[in-house]
Design a protein around this ligand. Sequence first.
Ligand SMILES: [Zn+2]
Ligand SMILES: [Zn+2]
Length: 168
Amino acid sequence: MATAADFSLGKVDVAMTPRERFAEFLQARGKRITRQRQMIVEHVSSHNEHFDAEQLLEGLRKTSHGARASRPTVYRTLTEMVDAGLLKKMVLGGRAVYEHDYGYPQHDHLHCTSCQQLIEFSSDELLRIRNAVAGQHQFRAQGHRLIITGICADCRSNRSKSRHQDRV
Ligand SMILES: [Zn+2]
Ligand SMILES: [Zn+2]
């Protein structure tokens, strides 16, 4: 399930638009930015959500220009966008979930294993700990991934409500 987000962590200034960056990446590999690829990049860039390939395909097919998007093209383009540094891929409960990376600040996630909601956060304290741990190993940290799994507030209150009803 995609969680609606509104660039709540702000944006990072970047020199190129995602489409320009993608075109450059493809060009360096002797590939062209085809209409289909272009349409996918633009669609993804205009939404800030966590999504999987099937949700993207569904979303594309609802648009006039994406009505004929093919599944293999969507999967291939997603992989290319990850390689180009535009998207980040996470695997949550066996499902590949993508999100923006280019122009979006470093952040971590809370993942509700009940409703699959992803909550984003960023913590300076966490970065300090990361860098201190890396330093202890003479290691220079460039990035990290932290996904805290558990049950979100909504699901917890639904659960306690249903437990309460069971007793009544
Ligand atoms: Zn939940
Ligand atoms: Zn995120």
